[in-house]
Design a protein around this ligand. Structure first.
Ligand SMILES: Cc1cc2nc3c(=O)[nH]c(=O)nc-3n(C[C@H](O)[C@H](O)[C@H](O)COP(=O)(O)OP(=O)(O)OC[C@H]3O[C@@H](n4cnc5c(N)ncnc54)[C@H](O)[C@@H]3O)c2cc1C
Length: 503
């Protein structure tokens, strides 16, 4: 399968595109260095190729380092007029091919220089940031005021607000604070035509459909997010409780997660690891060949204590569970986030060992989640033709809701007997397809929080069913010339459908 397209970006030559941009916003914001163009032609989906410096996608014509909404608007209007494909970018941590420049002579609009914290409004408990503000930077700033964003994806030190909003990201404390969609108050975005739209920030309104949700999760396929206003929460660092148990199977673990959520408790973290995934995190030292169930609670002292007590009562009533030393859980949690150093370590490991891993995160209601988990793992064991190369296969649930939870499948493998470029076709694509298919078959969602990108786009219509026309309607209306991030969310017109044999 390929999602790449031969589509070229409009009628202008590469040189004419660059000249046009320089005329409009000046040369200092336009980068045409070949190595920069290569590095901006794809994302972590092509991990192995990045490690070995292999770039096979069409190189963008230029990377535009936008410094203002006006510049984004000017560049988008130019691209729209000339039919030039645009790939929005901020932190660059995308995992599903959202940053791939599949059309010839695309323009990457990099918003990372738009990194101003516009306002922290302590009284109204909200902050406004430009799209290039790193989540970590806002978090550090508001912590000085005893506040928190409540958002903590593992990519927090690198990811920026434009991408966090565009991918519908979610953080480790989501069970208490929600995903980004629960945090965004208002937004500013630029449409492909160059028109700037601003959605005002109010606590709630019943003034028609909630239009924030057209922009949250658009993955750069509809518009460019330039500014975001998010909620802030009181921060109580000294009130946290950490709880952990070990148990033999995932099924009772899912049941317990369900009972905790259904009872109305709001732990900040609620996680269930299977033995294989847990071992990757060192849990085999205290739970060999066992699953591990983890909760943390936070908030005002009484609330955090009562939440921890209530959860402990539910879990301890289950004979399957044995408590574990909570100091281990606390220590583990403090080192979970990824920064640039971890990314470098990962690259070195891949280069030296030719072993690498990916993930596929899906979701489902309580009644189907164990089935999705078991069927996904079973199908890989029974059907995947290169099972001998797999070094780890497992997963965890990390975001729970009243009605269900997510399943984050994790798989590592040795890359054997194929070129670096063939690695995705041989391993990642068929493995990812199994988990996506199992989620869809059970009525779940194929993408819990990494977005669709380009690599789950073959299933977008299946994911949305009869509601897909609402999604295509948005594309037609907002991006009539189809310049926004070709192949992302919406399959590229000439993309081949997924075929299990990989041909
Ligand atoms: C190590 C690691 C850990 C991760 N952990 C998590 C996690 O815990 N939770 C989670 O949800 N995700 C996680 N991710 C995925 C990723 O970090 C998030 O999706 C993040 O929100 C992307 O933000 P970014 O600024 O890096 O966006 P980018 O990588 O720059 O872009 C991501 C997508 O958004 C689009 N986009 C970027 N900026 C804009 C803009 N201004 N306007 C419109 N579209 C735009 C891009 O075109 C692309 O499709 C992780 C990734 C890595 C590498």
């Amino acid at each position: 399968m390929t999602t790449s397209s031969d589509s070229s970006s409009g009628s202008l030559s590469r040189e004419a595109i660059v000249e046009g941009l320089v005329d409009l916003i000046g040369g200092e914001r336009i980068d045409t260095d070949e190595q920069v163009l290569k590095e901006n032609s794809h994302d972590r989906y092509r991990k192995l190729e990045s490690v070995f410096g292999i770039y096979t996608l069409p190189l963008p014509a230029a990377v535009v380092r936008a410094s203002s909404t006006e510049e984004v608007s000017t560049v988008l209007a130019f691209c729209d007029t000339h039919g030039i494909n645009v790939v929005p970018k901020t932190g660059g941590t995308a995992t599903e091919g959202g940053l791939e420049t599949v059309a010839e002579n695309s323009i990457v609009i990099d918003g990372s220089a738009m990194n101003r914290i516009v306002k922290v409004d302590e009284y109204n408990m909200q902050a406004t940031v430009q799209c290039g503000v790193k989540l970590q930077d806002l978090e550090d700033e508001v912590r000085k005021l005893g506040l928190t964003t409540g958002h903590s994806p593992q990519s927090k030190p690198i990811a920026m607000y434009g991408g966090l909003v565009a991918t519908r990201s979610i953080g480790q404390f989501s069970t208490l604070y929600g995903g980004i969609e629960d945090m965004v108050m208002g937004l500013e975005a630029v449409l492909p035509s160059g028109e700037v739209v601003r959605i005002k920030d109010v606590p709630r309104r019943a003034a028609g459909p909630d239009i924030r949700h057209i922009i949250i999760g658009n993955e750069g396929a509809l518009c460019y997010v330039t500014e975001v206003t998010v909620k802030l929460f009181a921060f109580y660092p000294n009130h946290n409780h950490y709880l952990g148990w070990r148990l033999d199977d995932m099924k009772p673990g899912f049941e317990i997660l369900r009972d905790v959520m259904a009872a109305g408790y709001k732990p900040s973290v609620a996680r269930l690891y299977d033995a294989e995934d847990g071992a990757q995190h060192g849990f085999d030292s205290f739970a060999p060949n066992q699953c591990v169930l983890i909760f943390t609670t936070e908030g005002p002292a009484g609330v955090s204590r009562a939440t921890a007590d209530g959860i402990a009562e539910i879990v301890n009533a289950r004979s399957e569970c044995t408590p574990v030393d909570t100091a281990i859980i606390k220590e583990w949690f403090e080192h979970l986030n990824w920064g640039p150093e971890k990314l470098i370590e990962e690259r070195e490991f891949i280069r030296d060992n030719l072993r690498m891993g990916y993930t596929t995160e899906v979701s489902g209601n309580w009644s189907v989640i164990n089935e999705i988990y078991e069927n996904g793992i079973r199908r890989v064991r029974e059907e995947f033709p290169h099972l001998a190369d797999i070094t780890m296969l497992g997963g965890h649930s990390s975001h729970s809701y009243q009605t269900g939870t997510n399943m984050y499948f994790v798989y590592d493998y040795n890359v054997v007997d194929c070129t670096y470029e063939e690695e995705r076709e041989k391993y990642h694509i068929p493995l990812n397809a199994i988990f996506v298919e199992e989620a869809l078959k059970a009525g779940g969602s194929m993408a819990h929080h990494h977005g669709i990108g380009k690599y789950r786009a073959p299933w977008t219509a299946d994911e949305h069913g009869s509601a897909y026309r609402l999604l295509t309607g948005l594309k037609r209306d907002l991006d009539p010339n189809g310049i926004m991030n070709l192949g992302t969310i919406y399959p590229a017109p000439d993309a081949a459908p997924y075929s299990p044999s990989g041909d």
